[in-house]
Design a protein around this ligand. Structure first.
Ligand code: NDP
Length: 434
């Protein structure tokens, strides 16, 4: 706490993990002796840099850029870039820390990192977005590389931004490599990467639901957010026979008892770049309410928070449980507050934690890296099949770890332990190099 003042989200993430891996520490005194636990919570490297750019009025704007290279024990640093005004070092560190365990759970050779900026893409012109991305990459390019650190997208960084970032990297380095993932299909992107986090979330949750004799089929579902993760989770739920009745953005939420029309959401968010409130103009029978957290008042069987951290608190958890909700799957990173998580676990609500449930995005990014290295592309079906296989395996490993450590059905503990053991084993084997 003293070393990292005011990094609330980072403390929250570390506390949860350290508490659940206590039994591992008891089993491995040699890891304690080698300082694995204290090294594990300290990033290997963190870079903070000025990003200056010129807006459409000719005025100079200054933002702050971040890249936290947290842990490279099992592979090169890998994790997204977030562009949002709320970004600060504590948020990037919490995301990077979670990323270490998530990447470990995928079973693929990728370490943990995260980055971004307090730049707000909302309301910016295409030219402004491009100039910002170019300036950001001017500095970031010094610290990344296809075998060192491979960034990707996150909130506020989608296909358009990755394109501008990649173009600038190539211009600076004169090197066509897979240094970023989430690239466009015409320049090294992987089929199914766009869909991967949302689809993967559904594959993971379906496996977990099936183990309890339940399914998405016939279920009423609430999905918060309306970005990349939320859109493709909704698409997959509809394919699996469930019905998504509510979605949101940072201003409010929509409710459509007939089931959300995803084409309308995609048009509003991806083409018109408008607010979700516009949905009711296209579907007059639907309802819009101001305030995004109101979405948890909607009655549902399954809730998937897919917007941002700490969007589902204890009060929302109580309402969901009272309304009969029997499963939660975290599509966003750390969307559920610790009090809400405790309540769900106590009340035996099936709870799929982010680092396991939303690992499909980064897993498919690692598949993009493999395809880039091979100079080859797999079909959509091939990538999707691998993604499904990875998510099912993650569920099995996480639930087995929970059982082994006497916490059957607690997938939070299972994910933390299963993810940590691989990283700790690698750190121990490599000696005290950092
Ligand atoms: P997008 O930028 O595509 O969408 C984010 C969505 O969340 C938007 O609907 C946005 O609304 C809403 N949102 C953002 N900030 C807030 C806030 N403070 N309060 C309420 N709503 C908010 O991002 P993604 O879909 O890519 O990411 C969503 C979450 O999933 C994040 O936590 C991210 O870290 C996580 N994630 C993403 C992965 C990916 O592959 N994309 C992989 C793994 C995790 P508005 O439009 O109003 O801002």
């Amino acid at each position: 706490l003293k070393r990292n003042p005011n990094e609330t989200e980072f403390h929250q993430a570390v506390k949860e993990v350290l508490e659940s891996i206590e039994p591992v520490a008891e089993k491995h005194p040699e890891w304690m002796q080698a300082g694995i636990f204290s090294r594990f919570v300290e990033p290997e490297r963190q870079i903070i840099f000025r990003t200056a750019w010129v807006d459409d009025n000719g005025d100079v704007q200054v933002n702050r850029g971040f890249r936290v290279q947290f842990n490279s024990a099992i592979g090169p640093y890998k994790g997204g870039l977030r562009f949002h005004p709320s970004v600060n070092v504590g948020i990037i560190k919490f995301l990077g820390f979670e990323q270490i365990l998530k990447n470990s759970l995928t079973g693929l050779p990728i370490g943990g990192g995260k980055g971004g900026s307090d730049f707000d893409p909302k309301g910016k012109s295409d030219g402004e977005i491009m100039r910002f991305c170019q300036s950001f990459m001017l500095e970031l390019s010094k610290h990344i590389g296809e075998n060192t650190d491979i960034p990707a997208g996150d909130i506020g960084v989608g296909g358009r931004e990755v394109g501008y970032l990649y173009g600038m990297y190539k211009k600076l380095r004169n090197d066509f490599t897979g240094v970023l993932t989430g690239k466009g299909l015409s320049y090294g992107g992987s089929l199914a990467r766009t869909e991967a986090t949302g689809y993967g979330l559904c594959y993971f949750m379906e496996e977990a639901l099936n183990a309890k004799g339940k399914s998405f089929k016939g279920a009423t579902v609430t999905v918060s957010g309306s970005g990349n993760v939320a859109i493709y989770a909704t698409q997959k739920i509809h394919e699996m026979g469930g019905k998504v009745v509510a979605m949101s953005d940072s201003n409010g939420y929509i409710y459509d008892s007939k089931g959300i029309w995803l084409e309308t959401i995609q048009r509003i968010k991806e083409v018109e770049r408008e607010r979700i409130s516009k949905y009711i103009e296209y579907h007059p029978g639907s309802i819009y309410k101001e305030g995004c957290t109101g979405i948890w008042d909607v009655e549902c069987d399954i809730a998937l928070p897919c917007a941002t951290q700490n969007e589902l608190d204890e009060q929302a958890a109580k309402t969901l449980i009272a309304n009969g909700c029997f499963a939660i799957g975290e599509g966003a990173n750390m969307p559920t507050t610790p009090e809400a998580v405790d309540l769900f676990i106590k009340k035996k609500v099936l709870f799929g934690p982010a680092k396991a449930a939303n690992a499909g995005g980064v897993a498919t990014s690692a598949l993009e890296m493999s395809q880039n290295s091979m100079r080859y592309s797999w079909s959509f079906e091939e990538v999707d099949a691998k993604l499904k296989d990875i998510m099912v395996t993650i569920y099995k490993n996480v639930s087995a770890a929970a059982k082994e450590y006497g916490e059957e059905d607690n997938l939070v503990v299972g994910a933390n332990i299963a993810g940590f053991i691989k990283v700790a084993t690698a750190m121990y084997a490599q000696g005290i190099v950092y």
